[in-house]
Each structure stands twice: as structure tokens, then as C-alpha cells.
Design a binder for this molecule. Structure first.
Ligand SMILES: O=P(O)(O)OC[C@H]1O[C@](O)(CO)[C@@H](O)[C@@H]1O
Length: 438
């Protein structure tokens, strides 16, 4: 499982859209070899679908040989109903109807029961050769598709009674009237979902923060169906900051640092960025598995004159003239050689360019205090220290025995916003620079 957090819903959605495009292109679908993609409805995927439509208009992607399968459908809601998922797909995903597959709102003859329709949906997935990429959202109660809490983690496509929480949450689509929300739905099962080759889950907004926490930080538990994703080996969770705000620094650290094969290319990109900045040859491609976030991207690379630079100029040129949100995330730095901080083993950059959260492991000398200072553009002579400086300091006591992970930024990460240039320095109480190894 890999976690990717972004400052805004738009950035998060763009990452998902880029990922979908990337996977379709890498697969190279043809008339004979279709790419099978599973899609969600609801409010979460809307920006992704807009972005995909835009890229399609620009000719950057084609869905000609893509087959879509939907995760779920309300029982009894006619396709012409504006809230039926059939209608939703027609409105939001521009692809010929013959390439789109949905669960039927009522059994289609010769079937007479929903159970038969669901069995046929399972057969359809099998006959298509399985799902290559499954994109989905998460319910406020942790549901995935319409697998409500207490669904079997091995469940298959079936009819389900909707949880009151879900019906209440979705009543916003039904003129805020709970009685208008269908009571039942057909949903792909959790077992079915877990058979997809790759899964990307998008969570946006603070309404999803608790569900995201339970799914990623708690154990696998049928009361949080999304936690079943921990059992899948190829999952990316993409969130905005609001949706990931309840995750501990430790959870974020491990989930963003994990060496995931699907991110090897990104790691390679990061190395190339870094190499450009360091004016050295990139690591040979054969070694790229060794370059993964949290392991070998050392922050020294980003420090010049004791200042960590986050502007594009210093990170390296990207194809598009914009920040690369992932450029710094996952980098680790080693302070072990510092005479001022001999027991400090290292730190970790937990966020992307627009938001930095730096955590460190192990104990530090008692007189050491680490401070994050944010300098804004044009303020070099008078650096802006964050008003809540106390929130951005860490004392030795905070780590207790020194085996845990703590964050320089406390619970509130330092938000750099959209500044074009930001600098972060780490100093001790006497303003000596902890990163000065000389
Ligand atoms: O994106 P929303 O509208 O918050 O809904 C959450 C989830 O619940 C569903 O509507 C139920 O399937 C999903 O489509 C969606 O991912």
C-alpha cells in the first residue's frame, strides 16, 4: 500500500487521472486486447473524470479500447433517474455505451433475481480477463463500493441493504430526503475487488478523515471494509490533506516510504531530478530499485548552505513548468555525523513541495531543540518564522525513550502554500545549524 497526499482535491484528482492515463498507455490496449477499468460514482471521482475528459479532448489519451465496469448500482432506480449510476456514467464519462458495464437496477430477462444478475456480473469480469485497474472512493463509514461495515472480506457481487449512514450521506443527491434514497444496492464484493490487478482509492475532504484513518492505521477489520485493501499488494491511496489529517506521522512515514514497484519509475524520476541538482550522473537504471522514497534519497542533496530548497529551479526541470508534488516526499536525511547531534539518526520528509512535515527518529541531546523556519519569497533578510513556532519545535522530552517517531511540526504540518520559493532550515537553540557537518 502506498499513500500519496496532496494539498488540494484538484491536485489529488490530477494524480489519479495521470495514473489512469499512465496505466492505459503502458498497457497499450488494442481491438483484441482491451484495458478493463473499474469505476466509481459519487462526488469523489468528478474532478478525475473532468481531467480525463480534458486529456481525451487534447488527444493525450484514447478510451477506444477501454472497457469500464462499475462498482455498484442502486436497486430499483431506473436508468433515466438522475441519480442512477447508469445516468451518472452517461453524464460524467464520455465513452460509447457499448464499452460501459453496469449492474442492472432490476433483473434483465432471462434473469429473474438480483442474485442471478450478480452472478452474471462476476462471469462478465472473468470473461474480460479480470480488472486491470480499479478506481474507487470510500464512504464516510469506511465502505468501498457499497460494501457496508460487516461485509465479509471475501464477499462477491451481491445485493446489500444500505447502511443508514450511507443513505444519510447520499441523501444530498436526493433533495436531502432520506426517504428518497434507495434502501438497497447491488455491489461488487470485497473479494471481487481484491482480485483487481491494481487499486487506486481517492479520498477527499475531512468527512473521509476518520474512515481513512481506520482503513490505513487500524488492523484489517470487516467493520471498516476499506481496511481489506491492506491485503492487496498493489494499492495506492491518494488523498487531499483534509482526508489524511487524522493519520499519524508514523503511518504517513511508512506508507509514503514503502518501496512499491509501481513507484519505481517515480523514484527514478526523483533520482534524475536530484542528479540534475547535484550536477552528477543519474544512478544507472539497473540500480533503480535501490532508489526508493525513504531509503536512499538523502536530504543532503537538497541542502545548500544549510538551506533545503524547494523551488523548481533547484529540484530540477520537469516537463511541465509546475511544482512536482512528489519531488521531495519520501526523502530522508542523515544527521548522524553532526557533532551537534551525535545521536540523531535521521529524519524524513513526509510531504510534498507545498507542505512539509519533517520527523526524526531516536533521542537527541537534551539541550537540542530543532526548529523549522519558513522563509517566504523576497524575505531573505527577515525570514518569516511561523507564528506558531512552538508547534514547529520538538524537544527531547517529546520522544520519551527516543525510540518513537515525532514530528518537528507537531500535529499541524508546516504549510508552505503556493509560494514559488520556500526554504527550511534546522537549527538548535543556539541557532547553530544542525545540518552543518563541517
Ligand atoms: O464520493 P462520495 O459521494 O463521497 O461517495 C463515497 C462512495 O460511496 C459510493 O457512492 C458508493 O458506491 C461510491 O461510489 C463512492 O466512492
Amino acid at each position: 500500500m502506498y499513500l500519496s497526499t496532496h494539498s488540494t482535491p484538484l491536485e489529488a484528482s490530477q494524480e489519479v487521472a495521470d495514473l489512469i492515463i499512465d496505466r492505459i498507455k503502458a498497457f497499450g490496449p488494442t481491438q483484441k486486447k482491451k484495458f478493463v477499468m473499474c469505476l466509481p460514482t459519487g462526488s469523489t471521482p468528478l474532478l478525475v473524470y473532468k481531467e480525463l475528459a480534458k486529456k481525451c479532448r487534447e488527444g493525450k489519451i484514447s478510451f477506444e479500447h477501454v472497457i469500464t465496469i462499475n462498482l455498484d448500482e442502486y436497486v430499483g432506480l431506473h436508468p433515466a433517474h438522475p441519480q442512477s449510476y447508469y445516468h451518472f456514467m452517461e453524464e460524467n464519462f464520455d465513452i460509447p455505451p457499448k464499452q460501459v458495464h453496469l449492474l442492472p437496477f432490476q433483473p434483465i430477462p432471462p434473469h429473474t433475481t438480483h442474485t442471478e444478475s450478480c452472478a452474471e456480473y462476476e462471469s462478465l469480469i472473468t470473461s474480460l480477463g479480470g480488472i486491470h485497474l480499479l478506481f474507487m472512493g470510500i464512504g464516510t463509514n469506511g465502505h468501498i463500493a457499497f460494501n457496508e461495515p460487516a461485509s465479509s472480506l471475501a464477499s462477491r457481487t451481491r445485493m446489500i441493504k444500505l447502511d443508514q449512514d450511507t443513505r444519510r450521506a447520499n441523501s444530498r443527491f436526493f433533495e436531502n430526503s432520506l426517504s428518497n434514497v434507495p434502501t438497497h444496492a447491488l455491489t461488487m464484493g470485497i473479494g471481487t475487488i481484491l482480485e483487481a490487478q491494481e487499486i487506486v482509492l481517492l479520498a477527499l475532504g475531512d468527512g473521509k478523515a476518520q474512515a481513512v484513518k481506520e482503513a490505513l492505521q487500524g488492523g484489517v477489520n470487516h467493520l471498516c471494509p476499506a481496511s481489506a485493501l491492506q491485503l492487496h499488494e498493489n494499492v495506492i491511496i491518494v488523498t487531499d490533506n483534509e482526508a489524511s489529517k487524522n493519520l499519524s506521522v508514523r503511518t504517513k512515514k511508512y506508507l509514503t516510504a514503502q518501496c512499491s514497484p509501481i513507484y519505481d519509475d517515480q523514484a527514478l524520476d526523483q533520482d534524475q531530478d536530484q542528479a540534475q541538482y547535484q550536477n552528477r550522473e543519474p544512478t544507472p537504471e539497473s540500480d533503480h530499485n535501490k532508489i526508493h522514497p525513504g531509503n536512499s534519497l538523502e536530504a543532503d542533496s537538497y541542502f545548500t548552505n544549510n538551506v533545503m530548497r524547494t523551488d523548481e529551479e533547484h529540484i530540477g526541470k520537469s516537463e511541465e513548468p509546475r511544482f512536482r508534488p512528489n519531488a521531495l516526499r519520501g526523502a530522508s536525511f542523515d544527521l548522524s555525523a553532526s557533532p551537534l547531534c551525535p545521536r540523531e539518526r535521521g529524519g524524513y520528509i513526509d510531504k510534498g513541495v507545498n507542505e512539509l512535515q519533517i520527523s526524526h527518529e531516536s533521542a537527541k541531546p537534551e539541550d537540542t531543540r530543532m526548529t523549522l523556519t519558513l522563509k517566504r519569497p523576497g524575505s531573505d533578510s527577515n525570514p518569516h518564522t511561523d507564528d506558531n513556532a512552538q508547534d514547529h519545535t520538538d524537544t527531547d522530552n517529546e520522544t520519551g525513550t527516543g525510540t518513537g517517531v515525532s514530528s518537528l511540526t507537531g500535529d499541524n504540518p508546516l504549510v508552505l502554500g503556493n509560494h514559488e520559493h520556500a526554504e527550511v532550515s534546522i537549527t538548535d537553540q543556539g541557532d547553530r545549524d544542525l545540518h552543518d557537518l563541517s
